[in-house]
Design a protein around this ligand. Structure first.
Ligand code: OAD
Length: 283
């Protein structure tokens, strides 16, 4: 039996499936990963750009670099659409639901592409770029993709020409607010993305762990599995008896590994699962 057949059989036999996804599932939608060659954390240091204190400091000392980072982060997400990998995961959800089971997606991504593909149960354990929160984590407002695209454009324009500092501050304002005088360690507001050293997003994290414990199979897609505690999800599921299937060019977990790109491998895998299930898809 090939690994693809074995993986398809494990998913077909599962009543409850959790998908655990990372940046790799969105790579074919034009969004950079973090740790692969040329990825975000190779171009920008995570200590400076991945912590609230680092952001607050950059805001004051090097706003141009912060603006470039934000533009590179926000621009591709604002313009992105789901790829065949995201779409296959939605098809799998429909197929599993048609057999009386359930599939949920536990994602480390902040790009909402699983939801855009139609996935209905998505736990965003690293938060979302689309929600702006204050320094205490209270929701302030939601930004839609066109608004994020306008912000990315404004950030690009502000980095050119004279009087950069004030124009950059204005362009960043919808995303990041000047730190308060009494607390220079935190921006006044920012996207509700979980940064290094912070607790994972709730109630998503609690629900994700509960679902991992109850899963019969976990489908890992496009993650290096290096960021904890997120990366405990496949371990929690495996310890509770779930089969592990992993898709991506590199292997991070024990289980059945299907090497390759999510946008190529997932459609093949899902069509194999459907074939084994009698080809029936929920209309
Ligand atoms: P990484 O950049 O660490 O890993 C991405 C993984 O995707 C690597 O294993 C790549 O080999 C794989 N990959 C690349 N292209 C792929 C493709 N087309 N199909 C499938 N896989 C592909 O990204 P994450 O594991 O998501 O945190 O990183 C975890 C967290 O670290 C992120 O959520 C982020 C970051 O700091 C926050 O934003 C809070």
């Amino acid at each position: 039996m090939t690994a693809l057949d074995e993986a398809a059989r494990a998913l077909k036999e599962a009543r409850r499936i959790v998908v655990f996804s990372g940046a790799g599932v969105s790579a074919e939608s034009g969004i950079d990963t973090f740790r692969t060659e040329g990825g975000f954390w190779q171009r920008y240091s995570p200590e400076e750009f991945g912590t609230p204190m680092g952001l607050a400091k950059l805001y004051a000392t090097d706003p141009a670099r912060l603006a470039r980072f934000l533009e590179e982060l926000v621009g591709p997400i604002a313009c992105a659409a789901p790829n065949p990998g995201h779409q296959a995961l939605f098809e799998l959800e429909r197929g599993v639901a048609g057999r009386g089971g359930a599939l949920s997606v536990i994602t480390q991504n902040v790009d909402e592409l699983h939801q855009a593909a139609g996935s209905s149960r998505v736990h965003e354990i690293h938060g979302s770029l689309f929600h702006i929160v204050d320094a205490e984590g209270r929701a302030l407002r939601r930004l839609e993709r066109p608004e994020l695209a306008r912000i990315a454009d404004a950030l690009a324009r502000a980095q050119r020409g004279p009087f950069k500092r004030s124009r950059i501050a204005r362009a960043m304002l919808p995303l990041i607010g000047l730190p308060r005088a009494g607390d220079l360690t935190q921006p006044r507001h920012r996207p509700s993305v979980v940064m290094f050293g912070e607790a994972l997003a709730e109630p998503a994290w609690q629900r994700a762990q509960d679902e991992a414990r109850r899963a019969d199979a976990v489908l890992v897609v496009g993650t290096s599995g290096l960021v904890y505690p997120a990366a405990t999800i496949p371990e929690i599921a495996a310890e509770a008896g779930a089969r592990v299937v992993e898709v991506g060019p590199e292997r991070a977990f024990e289980g059945i590994w299907l090497p390759g790109q999510a946008g190529v491998v997932l459609p093949e895998l899902v069509s194999r699962v459907q074939h084994l299930s009698g080809g029936a898809l929920n209309p």
